[in-house]
Design a protein around this ligand. Structure first.
Ligand code: SAH
Ligand code: SF4
Ligand code: F3S
Length: 465
């Protein structure tokens, strides 16, 4: 592919540029990527990191690096504020270090107003690009470093070349895998379709090839990524369902665990539930964003399901997969939400027994249909509802976790416990964490652990195999 070769050429040239800079400096050129937002962004950052590592940069923990990138999120207003907070700090780093290169990319850079703000008020930012041309990073970085001028390059749509970028994984034994990009759902509150573009599925053969290579490289667990994985494959020349993709992926030898994120409740098929049931490699965890329990609000959100259809879906899932851990997302204070609507949300939360829930205060996103809705909910009402929701979620979560206390379950050991010396932290199939005594050498292995004590939303355990 011509474009891919062109970027490869820039990578080769950048290797020289970085080598010369390191020689002048007398130490390696350092880099850092600060990633905000969801797994999509985390995976994109691994691609950026792959390139930086290939051209000879050394990744460091601190933002005080020679090359600093912010991979931004804009799903809620506080995500935007986070970036400006960081910029306020790193501005001082750059005063001390004139050669420092500061770049911003990701979803927020697909918004014209934000790019304009960076262009005019944050003149110390050297490089700006968006989600649609992330694959052009070598070329843009090359222009920025050799011409010593600002490069601002954001595109509206893309042909996707990002699957050909080198990748540097944050964790050796697990990895995200994009199965599709973009979103066509246009939930009325959500900015993602505007900043990530139209939905596009990757060919199953490409996905399987990527996973095989990852497994060969030591990966044991993968997370299939898409804004709505249920609509995977519909627009391919040879359509493939997500359930069938999952079945094919499970046949890959050496792969131990498969997760996926996110299935939309409007079109989660019975065949997908069966595919999970048939394949023990698929983790017993489904993240099923509810958003609201009120049919009236769901309609205004353009979610395309009702309170009743959500509940009956959960019932079907639980009948066929009784061991499943369900988690969800809920938005509080969507425009027009009344106490009665909110009671419907509490009702669904009570009946579904979620293992955990991400709860978000509705955030107005310019350009989305909901931003024009007039009946915004007052902040004090929102915070009161939020408190009640969190209390309810927590009481259910601890009851759900208590149920498995005393059982033995396979765990993928992820890291050293950050709070207890001599302990490790691992993840259960249902996504809950367990801390237990162990040796660092076990990290990346699957081991059996007895869940000795439930702490509500995690466990303390002992290895038992
Ligand atoms: N594609 C996924 C979600 C992506 S965004 C899905 O459909 O489930 C992750 C979560 O952010 C959403 O589930 C929603 O709960 C929340 N979210 C998105 N836009 C929001 C907004 N404007 N205000 C508050 N929360 C929002
Ligand atoms: Fe946003 Fe809805 Fe698409 Fe999820 S499905 S990314 S909430 S528009
Ligand atoms: Fe993800 Fe945030 Fe973009 S949630 S898709 S990083 S707007």
């Amino acid at each position: 592919m011509a474009e891919e070769q062109k970027q490869r050429l820039f990578i080769e040239q950048l290797k020289q540029v970085i080598e010369e800079r390191a020689a002048k400096k007398g130490s390696p050129v350092t880099c850092h990527i600060t990633t905000m937002g969801c797994q999509m962004n985390a995976r994109d950052s691994e691609k950026l990191s792959g390139i930086l590592s290939e051209i000879g940069c050394r990744e460091i923990e601190s933002e005080d690096a020679d090359i600093l990138l912010f991979n931004t999120c804009t799903v809620r207003e506080n995500a935007n504020e986070k970036l400006y907070g960081h910029l306020g700090i790193v501005k001082h780093f750059k005063k001390e270090k004139k050669d420092m290169l500061i770049g911003i990319c990701g979803c927020m850079m697909q918004e014209q107003d934000e790019v304009l703000r960076i262009r005019t008020k944050y003149r110390f930012v050297d490089l700006v690009f968006g989600t649609h041309n992330i694959w052009k990073f070598p070329e843009l970085l090359y222009a920025c470093t050799t011409e010593r001028q600002r490069v601002i390059d954001v595109e509206e749509e893309t042909d996707d070349f990002r699957d050909h970028m080198p990748v540097r994984r944050k964790t050796g034994f697990k990895s995200g895998v994009n199965i599709m990009y973009g979103c066509n759902n246009f939930c009325s509150y959500c900015i993602v379709p505007y900043v990530r573009g139209r939905e596009k599925s990757r060919e199953p053969e490409d996905i399987i090839r990527e996973i095989r290579a990852l497994v060969k490289d030591g990966v044991k667990e993968i997370m299939l990524l898409g804004q709505n994985v249920n609509s995977y494959g519909k627009t391919l020349d040879l359509p493939v369902s997500f359930a069938d993709l999952l079945r094919r992926i499970c046949r890959i030898d050496g792969l131990l665990r498969v997760r996926f994120m996110t299935p939309h409740p409007k079109d989660l098929s019975d065949d997908l539930i069966l595919a999970i049931r048939e394949n023990p490699k698929v983790c017993r965890h489904i993240h099923l964003p509810l958003q609201s329990g009120s049919t009236r609000i769901l309609k205004r959100m353009n979610r395309c399901y009702t309170k009743e259809s959500y509940l009956s879906l959960v019932k079907r899932i639980r009948t066929l997969l009784p061991e499943i851990g369900l988690t969800t997302d809920v938005i509080v204070g969507f425009p027009g939400e009344t106490e009665e609507d909110f009671q419907d949300t509490l009702d669904v939360v009570s009946r579904c027994e979620f293992q955990s829930a991400f709860t978000f205060v509705y955030s107005k996103r310019t350009g989305t249909p909901a931003a024009a809705f007039e009946d915004q909910v007052p902040p004090d009402v929102v915070s009161d509802r939020m408190k009640r929701l969190i209390d309810l979620v927590q009481s259910h979560a601890s009851r759900v976790a208590d149920r498995d206390q005393g059982t033995i379950a396979p765990v993928l050991v992820e890291e050293k416990d950050r709070h207890r010396d001599g302990y490790l932290t691992g993840r259960l199939g249902n996504n809950l964490m367990v801390h237990f005594p162990g040796e660092e050498a076990w990290i990346g292995q699957m081991v059996d652990v007895e869940l000795v004590e439930s702490k509500g939303f995690y466990y303390m355990g002992i290895r038992r195999d």
